[in-house]
Design a protein around this ligand. Structure first.
Ligand code: ADP
Length: 630
């Protein structure tokens, strides 16, 4: 029988498994059982929608068998089974090979990372076995097939006999070595405790044929006599974890469930349990991840919750259950109120689904809010992971989701020196402060040095420092919080009292000639030169006018390169009339216009740097500085 070859990446994964130094080898059983359960889910689902299958949930069982003498451990299910082609394609290539990312990561990682991070499914059997045989018969097919492999050199597929549909995975357990006692996987006790530990909530009975001994009555009633017998024992409790009340379940159980169900290596930051008994009845178990999933920002990431109807999995990932702004949530929903054979299309319009989704959204929000109030450190952790998603949520919905999300936002505060909520900000506002002030920039330190912030600091008002690309867009979409409008520190109009305004008008008159000169000297680089009413210590600053800030400009340019010429925030160069350099400039305009022109270029360059914008031609700028010194 000619051996068939594994696909290259499967070979590598297999090699990792066979030579694995991963200490937690016992997880192989969980992986094999979970495949068996998935296969039974599939046939069970089919049976519910197609009466000709003639099976009900009670008919499904997973059987474990130990043959100590021959070192065989087998797991048998009566699920959907596999055709010859499916055997080859499912077991000959790694299941998750569809994901390029997985392959890339595999190149970089060692086996510990791979197993921890992704879970490896079927191939994990090779961590404890030197030969694996899979017999399978697809539901509805007459023929059964036997797949066998002893490792990387390939596999064979031959016809075999099987009574009904299903799959049996027979593992030939490795011989014991100095470091590793593989023989323990042939002990009833080990198997019993592994099932309890990892697969307790599997919804089908996992039965083990147990060898037992009992004392029997002897004829003379004196010498005791024993006899061996076997008994089928169900090892798992079969109650799904989400059907149990929260105080019945240990934290570790939730964590294990999360890790296994969603193939995650992080610990969830929060577990949310929901029991709803209103217009629609359902139970849900939701997790806020403790890390950003590796593919979170790619198209491969699937938003959604697993949907069960009366304990039967009907959809792997039901998108409609989660709004986009909470797409990081993982979890399951179980309800009797959605029909088992609902199609994707009808599901989208289902009133029940909408009711559940609305209810869950509220639950998630209130849990996050509770966290914000009672465990601010935990919330900050969350916000650093997924805060950006909330901001995108506001933006993507054109502000529609603002009502849900505005209370969950946090920004760095200029006076508190930490992240604060908008609610806290507003509660600290002084009576004479009309707006919520914000300043955007690359990082906190740079924003804090922006000349425009000086006036507000002097007034003792708090500012929010925005460092995410999309912050200002989101703030603009929000418009206001508790009746207080947001105002950029660039916008100085409102900072002036009536007296100031008069003075400003006078200044504008007085400096008109100078300002015209500056604008001319800089060609089209600025929209206008102005006498500043904000500057205190710096001679100049650059502000943006007309809705588009510099940070927004940078952000838009980053993904619309071809239009990058057109995306320009309107630049206003502000001069500080109280600064000596401005009087020097005035003097130069009168006495040496060429030098004055150079000074304008210099001041503009300085203003750009302070605003965190690049100098158009750094070499020329350096020459310019030299020419002014010598
Ligand atoms: P995963 O379970 O993550 O898809 P596996 O490597 O464990 O990855 O399994 C690969 C595929 O083989 C499964 O997706 C499934 O289609 C098939 N398979 C594995 N075990 C069984 C089984 N007991 N019954 C039916 N199909 C199975």
């Amino acid at each position: 029988m000619a051996k068939k070859q594994f696909k290259a990446e499967s070979k590598r994964l297999l090699d990792l498994m066979i030579n694995s130094i991963y200490t937690n080898k016992e997880i192989f059983l969980r992986e094999i059982i979970s495949n068996a359960s998935d296969a039974e889910d599939k046939l069970c689902y089919m049976a519910l929608t197609d009466s000709s299958v003639g099976m009900s949930r009670e008919d499904f069982v997973i059987r474990i068998d130990i043959d100590k003498e021959n070192r065989l451990l087998s797991v048998k299910d009566n699920g959907i089974g596999m055709t010859k082609e499916e055997l080859e394609s499912n077991l000959g290539t790694i299941a998750r090979s569809g994901s390029q990312k997985f392959r890339d990561e595999m190149e970089k990682m060692d086996d510990i990372d791979i197993i921890g991070k992704f879970g490896v499914g079927f191939y994990s059997a090779f961590m404890v076995s030197d030969k694996v045989t899979v017999k399978s018969r697809r539901y509805g097919a007459e023929d059964a097939w036997c797949w066998t492999s002893s490792g990387v050199d390939g596999y064979t597929v031959t016809p075999c006999e099987m009574d009904g549909a299903g799959t049996e995975v027979i593992m030939h357990i490795k011989s014991d070595t100095e470091d590793e006692n593989y023989g323990k996987y042939l002990e009833q006790y080990t198997i019993q405790s592994l099932v309890k530990k990892y697969s307790d909530y599997i919804r089908y009975p996992i039965k083990l044929k147990m060898q037992r001994t009992r004392r029997v009555q002897s004829d003379d009633d004196k010498t005791p006599r024993y006899e061996d017998y076997t008994e089928d024992v169900t090892l798992n409790s079969m109650i799904p974890i989400w059907q149990r009340t929260k105080n019945e379940v240990r934290k570790e159980d939730y964590e294990d469930f999360y890790a296994e169900k969603f193939m995650r290596s992080d610990k969830p930051l929060r577990v949310i349990t929901v029991i709803a008994e209103g217009q629609v009845m359902f139970k849900a178990l939701l997790f806020i991840p403790g890390e950003v999933p590796y593919d979170y920002f790619t198209a491969e990431y699937k938003k959604g919750l697993q949907l069960y109807s009366s304990g039967v999995l009907i959809m792997e990932s039901c998108e409609e259950m989660l709004p986009d702004h909470f797409r990081f949530i993982k979890g399951v929903v179980d309800t009797q109120d959605i029909s088992l054979n609902i199609s994707r299309e009808t599901l989208q319009h289902s009133r029940q689904v909408k009711l559940i989704a609305t209810n869950l959204e509220k639950k998630i929000k209130s849990e996050l809010q509770r966290m914000m109030e009672s465990e601010p450190e935990e919330y900050e952790k969350f916000f650093r992971l997924f805060g950006i998603q909330l901001k995108y949520g506001i933006l993507a919905s054109y502000g529609m989701a603002a009502d849900t999300l505005k209370d969950l936002l946090m920004y760095y505060s200029s006076t508190e020196h930490k992240l604060v909520s908008l609610k806290d900000y507003v509660s600290r506002m002084s009576e004479d402060q009309k707006y919520i002030y914000y300043a955007g920039g690359e990082d906190i330190a740079k924003i804090d040095k922006l000349p425009q912030t000086e006036v507000i600091k002097k007034k003792g008002w708090e500012m929010l420092y925005l460092t995410d690309n999309i912050d200002e867009f989101a703030i603009q979409a929000l418009r206001e919080y508790e009746g207080k409008q947001f105002k950029s520190v660039n916008d100085d109009e409102e900072l002036l009292g009536d007296e100031d305004k008069e003075k400003a008008d006078k200044d504008a008159q007085q400096y008109k000639e100078l300002l015209d000169f500056v604008k001319d000297a800089l060609g089209g680089k600025i929209k206008e030169a102005r006498i500043s009413r904000q500057l205190i210590s710096q001679p100049v600053c650059l502000t943006a006018e007309g809705g588009l800030s510099f940070e927004m400009e940078k952000y838009l340019k980053s993904f619309r390169r071809e239009q990058s010429e057109e995306i320009m925030a309107q630049r206003i160069l502000q001069l500080n009339p109280g600064h000596e350099i401005v009087s020097k400039l005035e003097q130069a305009v009168k006495e040496d216009p060429d030098r004055a022109k150079k000074l304008c270029e210099l001041l503009y360059g300085q203003a750009c740097l302070i605003a965190g914008l690049p100098i158009d031609d750094p070499a020329a700028f350096s020459q310019l500085i030299c020419s002014l010194i010598v």
